[in-house]
Design a protein around this ligand. Structure first.
Ligand code: GLA
Length: 716
C-alpha cells in the first residue's frame, strides 16, 4: 500500500513500513523503515548543532539542521553531507536534489535491458531535481506486500543541453537511525569457496565490498543483511539487501559520527562512470529490500518466495542429471560418452549433460572457445546422432557452452581479432587461456545469437549449462569511442543480458543453468534468465555444506546446482559416504558428476534408491519453506524443508564430527503447528511440541560428515 499526505510518503507491506517526508527546504528525508508503526516517526530525528557540520545557504540561522546529519533518502555529493553518497556528478559540480513531485501507478515494470522483479505491483516514483544542472533523479519504489519487500532503483534524466558524467550512480541509499549495536552479514569467498556467511559488528567506519571483475564474482555476493547483535534465526530485526545485478557492483556501509548507519547498493563507481548525454536517461539496477521482525530465517523465506515468484523464469522441468565434467574433463570420444550413457541409463537419471570439450579444437582449455561447431571426430558423427543415441537410452540431452569467451587459438579469433575486449597497443590479459568477447558491440551479440540459435536448433537439446570462466581484465571495447570506455563494464553485462534474453526467449523449452567457474556469478540478475546456477566447483560435501548454508540466506534451494561427485573428492581429497554426499546435493537441484562406469552394481542400486527417495521429496525442495536448524558454527548443517501446509517435511544435512563417549545429538524442529503429530519414515511418532521444544535425536554418527536424512509426515 502506498499513501501520500502532507508531504509524507508511507509504504506498507504486511509486516513493514517505510516513511519519508519532504522537508521545508524540499529535501527528501528518510524517516523510518522497519516494523509497522501507527504514527509519523519524525520524532526520532532530533538534531543537535554539531561542529563542522554546516548548513545549506537558506538555513544559516538554524545550526541544528545540517545535510551532514539528516537521514536522507538519496544523499548526494556536494551539498555538505560528508558521509558516503549515492550520486556524484562530474567531479565537483555538486548535485543538489530537491523535491519535484511524485506519481503512483500499478502494473508490470520493465527495466530497459536489465533483469527485474516481475509481475504487477504498486509503484511510487518520486522526482527530485537539481535546477542548476537541469538534472532529474527519479526514485522508484515497488511495494511487494506479501513478501515484505520494497524494490528500489533510480533513473537519471538529463534535461540539459550538455552531457554529464555520473561519477557515482547508486540505485538506492538507506539511512538507519542512531544505534550503537549494528551488525553486518555478508557472503565473501573465493573460487571453490563461495558465499561463506560472515557476521561482523559495525564500528564508526566505512565498510565496503564489491567486485571489479565484470561479474558479481566468487569473492563477494551482491547482497547484505543489517541486523543487531541480538538477531538470531528466529528473533529480532533483520534488513536484507539483494541486488538484481550480475556485473561489477559495490555495497558501501557507513556508521557516522552520530551512530547513524547508511547503506548504498549499486553499480561499482570504481568500474563504471556513465556519461549521460544531453536529454538522455540512465537506469540503475534494482535492489530488493526485505524487512523481517522475526529474525534471519523469515527474511530468507521471504526472499526465496519472492525470487521463485517474481525473478526466476517459469520452469517445471527439474531433472536429475548426470554431468560428464569431473568424470572425463576434455578426454572423451563417442565410445566413452556412450559407455557412460549406458551406465547412466541404469542409474535412472533423467538428463545426460555433455560438458566442455565437444566443439572446435577443444581438447584442453587452450583452444576452441568461439568455434561452436561440434567436433565430429571426437563425437564420432554429428551432434544430432549422438543426441539420438542418448535419447534412445531413455535420457534427455544437455550441453555445456561458454558464449562470452574466445581462445586466441580459434577460427573466430583469427577472423575477428577486433571482437575481444583489449586495451589499445597492449597484449591482451589472458586467464584460463581465454579472452572476453566484446559484448558491448551489437555486432558480436547478433553473431552469437545466430550461432547459438543454429546450435540449439540442431537437435533435441533440453538443457544448457551457460558458463563464464574468467574475470574481465582489460576492460576496453574497440567498438566504443574513448569517452565511452568507462561504461564498458556495465555495457558488457547489458550485452550478456541481451543475449541471454534473446536465447532464453527463443528456447523456452530448454532449461538454462548459469555457471561461472561454479558460483562466480550467483546472483538475482542471472536468476532472472537461468532458474538455477551451479553453486560451486567444489563438490566436497563438507565444503558444500558451508557454501549452500551461506547461499541459502537469499537464494532458494531450487536455484542451487548441487551434485554427488566421486570420492576422494577432486577438490579436497576428502572421503564422504554416498548418503552424506546425497543428503547435501538433495538440498539443491540434485544430480551426479562422476563416471557411472566405475560404480559397482551395489552402488548403482543405491543410487537408484536415492533417486526414488529424492523424487518423493523433490516438491519440498522446489516449492517448500526452508528452516536452517543449525550452522557450520555448530559443526553441523541441517536444513528443514517443509511444504506450505506443514504436512510433510524432510531434514537434510551433515554432522561434521563424531563425538565419542557422549550422548546422541538432538536437533529442534521449527514452525510446526502446535497441536500436530508427526511420524518419521521409521514409524516413530512425536508431537509437534516435542519436536520443536525437545527435539529429534539424531542417529549415533560414525566418522566425519555423517548424513542426516529424516522424513516426517503429519498424521494428526
Ligand atoms: C567451469 C565449470 C565446471 C566445468 C568447467 C568446464 O569450471 O564450473 O563445472 O563446466 O568449467 O571447462
Amino acid at each position: 500500500m502506498i499513501q501520500v499526505s502532507d508531504n509524507l510518503f508511507l509504504l506498507e507491506t504486511e509486516h513493514s513500513a517505510y516513511q519519508m517526508k519532504v522537508n521545508e527546504r524540499g529535501m527528501l528525508e528518510h524517516l523510518w523503515y522497519g516494523a509497522r508503526v501507527d504514527q509519523n516517526m519524525d520524532y526520532l530525528n532530533l538534531h543537535n548543532d554539531l561542529g563542522f557540520s554546516g548548513q545549506i545557504y537558506e538555513d544559516q540561522a538554524d545550526r541544528t539542521l545540517s545535510p551532514d546529519t539528516l537521514m536522507l533518502e538519496y544523499p548526494t555529493e556536494g551539498i555538505g553531507d560528508y558521509r558516503i553518497t549515492a550520486a556524484k556528478v562530474e567531479g565537483a559540480l555538486g548535485l543538489d536534489l530537491r523535491y519535484a513531485g511524485y506519481e503512483i501507478s500499478t502494473g508490470e515494470f520493465n527495466l530497459d535491458g536489465l533483469p527485474h522483479v516481475r509481475g504487477e505491483l504498486e509503484q511510487l516514483t518520486i522526482h527530485l531535481k537539481d535546477e542548476v544542472l537541469n538534472l532529474q533523479v527519479d526514485l522508484h519504489y515497488l511495494v511487494d506486500e506479501k513478501h515484505d519487500a520494497i524494490i528500489r532503483w533510480a533513473t537519471f534524466r538529463n534535461k540539459a543541453n550538455r552531457s554529464y558524467r555520473l561519477d557515482r550512480s547508486f540505485g538506492m541509499a538507506l539511512d538507519f537511525p542512531v544505534s550503537e549495536d549494528v551488525e553486518l552479514i555478508s557472503f565473501p569467498g573465493r573460487h571453490n569457496k563461495e558465499r561463506i556467511m560472515t557476521r561482523q559488528p559495525l564500528a564508526q567506519n566505512v565498510v565496503c565490498f564489491g567486485s571489479k571483475r565484470g561479474t558479481s564474482s566468487h569473492q563477494h555476493n551482491p547482497s547484505l543483511i543489517v541486523c543487531d547483535s541480538l538477531t538470531t534465526e528466529n528473533y529480532g530485526d533483520a534488513y536484507g539487501f539483494l541486488m538484481v545485478y550480475s556485473g561489477s557492483f559495490k555495497i558501501e556501509v557507513e556508521k557516522d559520527q552520530t551512530g547513524q548507519t547508511r547503506v548504498l547498493c549499486g553499480i561499482s563507481p570504481d568500474m563504471t562512470r556513465w556519461t549521460l548525454d544531453a536529454h538522455a536517461s540512465f537506469e540503475t539496477p534494482q535492489t530488493i529490500l526485505f524487512y523481517s521482525s522475526q529474525g534471519l530465517g523469515k527474511l530468507s523465506r521471504n526472499s526465496h518466495d519472492l525470487l521463485r515468484e517474481r525473478i526466476l523464469p517459469k520452469n517445471d522441468y527439474h531433472p536429475i542429471l548426470i554431468n560428464t565434467w569431473e568424470a572425463v574433463m576434455f578426454d572423451f570420444n563417442r565410445e566413452k560418452l556412450l559407455e557412460m550413457a549406458d551406465h547412466a541409463a541404469k542409474l535412472d537419471v533423467d538428463l545426460y549433460v555433455m560438458d566442455d570439450g565437444w566443439f572446435g579444437d577443444r581438447n584442453s582449455d587452450l583452444a576452441g572457445l568461439g568455434d561452436w561447431i561440434p567436433n565430429k571426430t571426437k563425437l564420432g558423427g554429428s551432434l544430432n546422432s549422438l543426441i539420438e543415441e542418448i535419447n534412445a537410452r531413455g535420457m534427455d540431452f544437455g550441453l555445456w557452452i561458454e558464449p562470452e569467451m574466445i581462445n586466441e587459438n580459434s577460427d573466430l579469433y583469427r577472423a575477428h581479432p577486433e571482437w575481444v575486449l583489449q586495451a589499445p597497443n597492449r597484449k591482451p590479459l589472458i586467464s584460463r587461456g581465454q579472452m572476453v568477447l566484446d559484448l558491448c558491440n551489437p555486432e558480436v551479440v547478433d553473431y552469437l545469437e545466430d550461432v547459438f540459435t543454429h546450435l540449439l536448433s540442431s537437435g533435441n537439446i533440453r538443457y544448457v549449462k551457460w558458463d563464464m570462466n574468467r574475470s574481465l581484465g582489460d576492460v576496453y571495447s574497440p567498438s566504443l569511442p574513448v569517452e565511452k570506455q568507462e561504461e564498458v563494464c556495465h555495457r558488457y553485462i547489458l550485452g550478456v543480458y541481451d543475449l541471454l534474453g534473446r536465447l532464453t526467449g527463443k528456447f523456452s523449452n530448454i532449461l538454462f543453468e548459469g555457471c561461472s567457474g561454479g558460483g562466480g556469478r550467483f546472483d538475482a540478475g542471472m536468476l532472472f534468465y537461468t532458474p538455477q546456477i551451479w553453486c560451486s566447483d567444489d563438490t566436497d560435501v563438507h565444503e558444500r555444506s558451508k557454501i549452500q548454508y551461506g547461499t541459502s540466506f537469499f537464494y532458494p534451494a531450487v536455484s542451487m546446482g548441487a551434485h554427488v561427485s566421486e570420492v576422494p573428492n577432486q577438490q579436497t581429497g576428502r572421503w564422504a559416504s554416498l548418503e552424506a554426499r546425497a543428503a547435501m546435493a538433495m538440498a539443491g537441484t540434485y544430480g551426479y558428476e562422476l563416471d557411472p562406469g566405475e560404480m559397482s552394481e551395489e552402488e548403482k542400486a543405491e543410487i537408484r534408491a536415492l533417486n526414488k527417495q529424492f523424487r518423493s521429496i523433490q516438491d519440498l525442495i522446489v516449492e517448500g519453506d526452508v528452516y536452517r536448524l543449525s550452522s557450520p558454527k555448530n559443526e553441523q548443517v541441517i536444513f528443514q524443508f517443509m511444504d506450505k501446509a506443514k504436512d510433510r517435511l524432510v531434514l537434510l544435512g551433515i554432522v561434521y564430527e563424531t563425538r565419542p563417549s557422549t550422548m546422541r545429538r538432538k536437533i529442534r524442529l521449527q514452525s510446526l503447528p502446535e497441536q500436530a503429530v508427526y511420524e518419521t519414515q521409521d514409524g516413530v511418532i512425536y508431537s509437534a511440541r516435542a519436536l520443536m521444544h525437545g527435539g529429534l535425536l539424531l542417529s549415533q554418527t560414525c566418522g566425519t560428515d555423517a548424513p542426516v536424512h529424516i522424513e516426517l509426515k503429519r498424521i494428526r
